[in-house]
Design a protein around this ligand. Structure first.
Ligand code: AR6
Length: 234
């Protein structure tokens, strides 16, 4: 069935990389095949969990923004990550990206913990994005808590050197110190914090279901994220 084909295609990408990782460990990687040469940004779906943004609308915006930026990437790629195979946002985005014929070598989805993509999934991602809070503080659950915990104090310190807070729709690129466990274990050299629109009335600056504002902030958030990634590539 179609789903299986898609899943195997995605698994194909992952298992190729596991093989490449094994080869790297053995020191036997082909000269022309080095995943490390492909700069990869892994990003979570901004605002669709704790911030309660509508998944269908977010998926449209993700695909629209990926389409806009994907051709600007030369030897680089974008990967949308979520924790489970049942992820609604991953499946919506996969379907929409396929319909738009987006190059699956430049953009694909991947199931895994964003803090363990290399050690657990064999997927080397030099840059990861964080769905941050406006204070750029650890904790609060979701991907933010996971990234700050995995990266250790080094990320908190490096973040403070760049910014103390973030406006919705904005992003900040933080180079990760080489003593951070996320750097040594996973090969992550940069974290890009992004603040998306908040639709959750229990969280600060809720947009009270104003999807006009929400969509424009989510678009801005992905533009800031992908522009930040491009700035690392240059
Ligand atoms: N690896 C990969 N994806 C993850 C992980 C992980 N470890 N954890 C969550 N996701 P969320 P938001 C996915 O709630 O909606 C925080 O408290 C998750 O399934 O982290 O932008 C911050 O401090 C979903 O698809 O971010 C903010 O206050 C996506 O990541 C607030 O939540 C985003 O979910 C931000 O809320």
């Amino acid at each position: 069935c179609k789903g299986t084909t898609k899943d195997s295609l995605l698994l194909g990408v992952a298992s190729k990389e596991v093989k490449e990782r094994e080869n790297l460990a053995k020191g036997s990687v082909d000269a022309d095949v080095s995943v490390d040469e492909i700069t990869t940004l892994a990003f979570p779906s901004i605002s669709t969990a704790d911030f309660q943004f509508n998944n269908e609308t977010a998926a449209d915006i993700i695909v629209e923004k990926v389409e806009e930026f994907v051709n600007k990437l030369e030897n680089a790629r974008l990967v949308l990550v979520d924790l489970t195979h049942g992820s609604k946002i991953l499946s919506l985005v996969r379907t929409k990206a396929e319909k738009r014929n987006i190059d699956s070598k430049k953009f694909f989805t991947f199931v895994g913990n964003i803090t363990q993509l290399y050690s657990q999934g064999g997927l080397r991602c030099n840059v990861i994005a964080n769905a941050a809070n406006w204070r750029l503080k650890p904790g609060g659950g979701g991907v933010n808590a996971a990234i700050f915990t995995a990266a250790g104090l080094a990320l908190e310190t490096a973040t403070k050197e760049r910014a103390n807070s973030l406006l919705p729709g904005h992003a900040v690129v933080v180079p990760l110190p080489s003593d951070s466990p996320l750097y040594t274990r996973e090969g992550v050299s940069h974290v890009i914090h992004v603040l998306g629109p908040n639709m959750n009335p229990q969280r600060p600056n809720s947009l009270n279901n104003d999807y006009n504002k929400g969509c424009s902030i989510l678009r801005e958030a992905y533009t800031s994220l992908f522009t930040g990634f491009l700035s690392i590539l240059r």
